[in-house]
Structure formats: structure tokens, C-alpha cells
Design a protein around this ligand. Structure first.
Ligand code: SAH
Length: 307
């Protein structure tokens, strides 16, 4: 076998952009994409915040097609850069013998909240008291690097009581429902309108050996209300989707998924959309009991008024 050298492409971006950049690089890198993140550090409010930016990095095999692939990759990054400003990528040639090492050193497990550790599916869990959550980077939305997912996990850790049932609306990779089961939910049920996400969520559940009492189906709020799962109400309902969709889901009866006294955990709200969100909550008889922020994203815990 001839020795293979690799071209390392790397960009340092904010946590918010890392997911989009990962997705672009993944299209060109046969071996996958590494996202290096520093830990989520506990902050004064005890819930933690991400520390510093993220390094996203991919490896292209050096061969006859490499120049062509590199050009396409740069083009794709340029398009992404037109939506949100991106730094120039750095290119470094890595000889085969150093490659595995170079690759591995980028995989740092991400500590989230007090109890969770998110890590790529193939990395061995380090010795830790934290609960490992194995997620393949670069698949459905929800690798753990995005601030909105982190806010969701922190809220979940805080509000979910052992034995609760959890409903996850817009499950993506399944990260929240799987985390819920690992944090002691008796059952967790996730829906997503994207059938590909549902497939990935099921696979991720299998990777985490949490398939029991954990179901993912294609659908949304209305399907859950109509009895798609063994439970159509739960003490904890979580949804991490953009504000206008959250509002739409409230109109479809998302708050009716709560048992009396239950808590609805909402993330995916940009700070500038908070007033709009609050007005919708008010309209649905809900009140905010806690608000958390990472960068310019807001996460909310809300309950029915008079409970
Ligand atoms: N829960 C994951 C993924 C969030 S991304 C996490 O926290 O990381 C939001 C997900 O919601 C996407 O997978 C998207 O397909 C899904 N989605 C968008 N609109 C939806 C709707 N109306 N009903 C259900 N899911 C929806």
C-alpha cells in the first residue's frame, strides 16, 4: 500500500457557525470532519458557557483529484461566507504517519452542563463521572456544538426529573431525547418533519445503547397529540427550533402536550426575536420561569400560568 498524505483544511469559527462549516467540509472530506471545541465552562450562573471559538477541520486525500476538490470546497465556503462572514481556510499537508494523530487531537469531548459529555461515536469515553452522549458530527442538526443545543441540554439537565416522560419536538439527531433517557427519563419520544433526521436519531440511539423506551417518528405536534406515541402528554416537552416555527407549533397546540404543572423547554430563539416569542407565550397562557443565554441565543423554561 502506498503511503497516503492528506491536505488538512481548517477554519476557526464561532460555535454558531461551526455546524454550517462542518456540513460544507463534510461534502468533500471522505473521512469526515473534526470539530475541536474547548469545554463548556461553568460560569457565574452555574450553567456554563462555551469557551472560545471552534476549530473545524477536514482531511482531503492528496491525489490527482485533490486540486479540483479543493477548488470546489473553496467555492462552497465562499458561498457560505456570503451569508455569514468566514475566515480564510488554512491548508496544511499532513504526511500519513502523522495523520491519525492529527485527526484524533481535534476530537475533544465537549462537557455540557453539570453531567453530560458529548463525544464522537468512535472515540473512547475518557475516565469521567459525566454521562457520555455519542453523536456523529456532521449528520443531522444536533451535534452538541451549537449554542441552541447546549442551552437545550442545560435546561433538560435542570428540569427533567428521573422517571419523567420527555417529548422532543424537532429531534434532529435525537440528541435531546437520548440525553433525556440518559438523565433518567422513563421514556422519551421524538418527532421531526424530516424523515432523514428520524433515521439518524434511531441510529444514534442504537450507538448509545438507549433504544429502550425511546422512539423517533416522522411527524410533529399534531401527530403526538393524536396519539402517535404511548404518551401524548408529558411533564417535560422540549423544542429547539427557530422562533417562527416555535410560534407555529404553539398555535398547533404544543402547550397541550404538557401535563398540568409540566414544563416546556424552548431553545433556538435569537435574542432579537425574544419579544416576539414572549408575546406568543403570553397569548397561549404561558409564563417564563427561567431564561438562559449563550452568545445571542436564548433558552427558556416556561409553564402554564396559575400552576
Ligand atoms: N433537537 C436537535 C435538533 C434541532 S434542529 C437539537 O437540539 O440539536 C431543529 C429540527 O426541527 C430539525 O431537525 C428540523 O427538521 C425540525 N423541524 C423543523 N420544523 C419542524 C416542525 N414544524 N415540526 C417538527 N420538527 C420540525
Amino acid at each position: 500500500m502506498t503511503k497516503q498524505s492528506w491536505l488538512e483544511v481548517s477554519l476557526i469559527v464561532s460555535g454558531e457557525l461551526a455546524e454550517a462549516v462542518t456540513e460544507v467540509l463534510a461534502r468533500f472530506a471522505p473521512g469526515g470532519v473534526a470539530v475541536e471545541s474547548t469545554a463548556i465552562q461553568a460560569s457565574a450562573d452555574e450553567y456554563g458557557e462555551p469557551v472560545g471559538p471552534m476549530r473545524v477541520c477536514a482531511y482531503l486525500p492528496i491525489n490527482d483529484q485533490m486540486e479540483e476538490v479543493r477548488q470546489k470546497l473553496e467555492e462552497a465556503l465562499w458561498f457560505l461566507g456570503r451569508i455569514q462572514e468566514l475566515p480564510e481556510p488554512t491548508f496544511t499537508i499532513i504526511e500519513e504517519q502523522n495523520w491519525m494523530q492529527a485527526w484524533k487531537q481535534h476530537y475533544r469531548p465537549i462537557e455540557i452542563g453539570e453531567k453530560l459529555l458529548v463525544l464522537p461515536a468512535w472515540v473512547e469515553a475518557p475516565e469521567t463521572a459525566r454521562i457520555p452522549l455519542r453523536i456523529d458530527p456532521g449528520m443531522a442538526f444536533g451535534t452538541g456544538t451549537h449554542p441552541t443545543t447546549q442551552l437545550s441540554l442545560v435546561l433538560l439537565e435542570k428540569y427533567l426529573q428521573p422517571g419523567d416522560t420527555l417529548l422532543d419536538i424537532g429531534c434532529g439527531s435525537g440528541i435531546l431525547a437520548i440525553a433525556g433517557r440518559k438523565l433518567g427519563a422513563a421514556a422519551a419520544y421524538g418527532v421531526d418533519i424530516d424523515p432523514a433526521s428520524v433515521e439518524i436519531a434511531r441510529q444514534t440511539a442504537a450507538d448509545n445503547a438507549t433504544n429502550e423506551q425511546l422512539l423517533f417518528e416522522a411527524g410533529s405536534v399534531t401527530d403526538v397529540r393524536q396519539g402517535m406515541f404511548p404518551a401524548s402528554q408529558a411533564p417535560v416537552v422540549i423544542a429547539n427550533i427557530l422562533t417562527h416555527i416555535l410560534i407555529q407549533l404553539l398555535d398547533e397546540g404544543m402547550a397541550d402536550l404538557l401535563v398540568p404543572g409540566g414544563v416546556l423547554l424552548l431553545s433556538g430563539i435569537l435574542e432579537e426575536k425574544l419579544a416576539e416569542m414572549q408575546a406568543a407565550l403570553e397569548q397561549h397562557g404561558l409564563e417564563v420561569c427561567e431564561q438562559l443565554m449563550i452568545e445571542d441565543w436564548v433558552g427558556l423554561a416556561v409553564r402554564q400560568k396559575n400552576n
